[in-house]
Design a protein around this ligand. Structure first.
Ligand code: SF4
Length: 373
């Protein structure tokens, strides 16, 4: 059974009501269980659980240390292009926005990659919009092959692909896929994606499964926080994660927690998520998915990022630029969104170490693959 078939068994408003209705005793039961189930998840995400943030945080912290040690993996995004034919209402790269469009050439890709390498990064995430006429599978695979000698791990956050194209990415050197559903609410999804290939909710939803089938070693999912109701989005994200963990157990699951930031187009969050709610979401996800990597980007402030380290976060970006070519130049191409934590990678690493954690630049090498699989 695909995850689409599972998702179709749930009604988004019904799940939201179930979460809203959870009581303090439901939360206490969920907290007392060694292996919480989806009913417990609803309780942990509920308004009632806001009064239990301390025990929730303690449990999330202890599970994270048990499974991951005191380690935070650092990675950097590298934007290859900001061309996009989609009209996502919340994104600076939307085709409806007028911004300087740019696709990096091989020399520019090399320069950007080298800057990140020299900063210490060995994990890189390559990003593009969706512009199939110029930024296609072959372009992305060529970029991967080009930067491969510099990085031990290469992720892609691009448009959803066919299994064969994901296999082509694996062959080129990609080990990690990030593909956020943005929202699991079909109606809202249709409103926010008025045109372009991204309108196809089902095709996108099945993308992580196709990535798993192609043998990608890490699969990243998530909702864009601020679009749908964060509690219900958290529920479906965890459900999706449980499904992927069961069917693609050879791949590590990661969950991103991107919260909407100011961007061209001026989109405002429909359901803002406060910092304490962010904490609750992270802790609930950790309790349900103890082995999932939880990823926090520079969308969040330095202070919040520092505070979230002990609660369950395992990966962080640092020193990020969201414009193609922006590491080597003064953001010549338009950026996707404004970042908040503007500290240098070394400062972020020093802050992580000051909290008694290891800042990890490289946690995996492709050479391990033949032994692990
Ligand atoms: S979110 Fe992605 S697909 Fe949508 S407009 Fe932005 S870059 Fe394009």
């Amino acid at each position: 059974m695909s995850f689409l078939e599972i998702l179709n068994q749930y009604a988004y408003p019904g799940v939201r009501d179930q979460i809203e209705a959870a009581t303090g005793s439901d939360v206490e039961r969920a907290l007392s269980r060694e292996h919480p189930d989806v009913r417990d998840l609803a309780a942990l995400l509920s308004p009632a659980a806001a009064s239990y943030l301390e025990p929730l945080a303690r449990k999330a912290h202890s599970l994270t240390v048990q499974r991951f040690g005191r380690n935070i993996l650092l990675y950097a995004p590298l934007y290859l292009s900001n061309l996009c034919s989609n009209g996502c209402r919340y994104c600076g790269f939307s085709a409806e926005n007028r911004l300087a469009r740019r696709t990096l050439n091989p020399a520019e890709i090399q320069r950007e990659a080298r800057i990140l390498y020299d900063q210490g990064f060995r994990h890189v995430l390559l990003l593009t919009g969706e512009a199939p006429e110029s930024v296609d599978d072959a372009f992305i695979a060529a970029a991967v092959r080009q930067v491969k000698p510099l990085f031990s791990s290469i992720g892609i956050e691009v448009y959803p692909m066919e299994v064969a194209a994901y296999r082509q990415m694996v062959e080129a050197g990609v080990d990690a896929l990030t593909l956020y559903q943005e929202t699991y609410d079909r109606e809202l999804y249709a409103e926010l994606h008025p045109f372009g290939r991204k309108r196809d909710f089902d095709w996108r939803l099945a993308g992580p499964e196709r990535g798993g089938a192609a043998g990608l070693r890490r699969i990243g999912i998530g909702s864009l926080l601020g679009l749908g109701d964060w509690r219900t989005e958290g529920f479906f994200t965890a459900l999706h994660g449980l499904y992927l963990g069961k069917h693609f157990w050879r791949s590590q699951l990661t969950i991103g927690l991107p919260r909407i930031r100011p961007a061209d187009g001026g989109f405002q969050p429909l359901h803002p998520v406060s910092d304490p709610q962010m904490v609750q979401l992270i802790c609930a996800l950790r309790l349900l998915l103890p082995d999932a990597g939880l990823v926090l980007s520079t969308r969040e402030s330095a202070a919040l990022r520092d505070n979230l380290i002990p609660l369950g976060i395992t990966q962080m970006s640092a020193g990020s630029c969201t414009a193609p070519g922006g590491y080597g130049e003064a953001e010549e191409g338009g950026r996707q969104f404004a970042i908040d934590d503007e500290r240098s990678p070394e400062t972020v690493a020093a802050t992580i170490r000051a909290q008694g954690y290891e800042a990890v630049w490289k946690d995996w090498d492709a050479a391990f693959l033949s032994r692990a699989f």
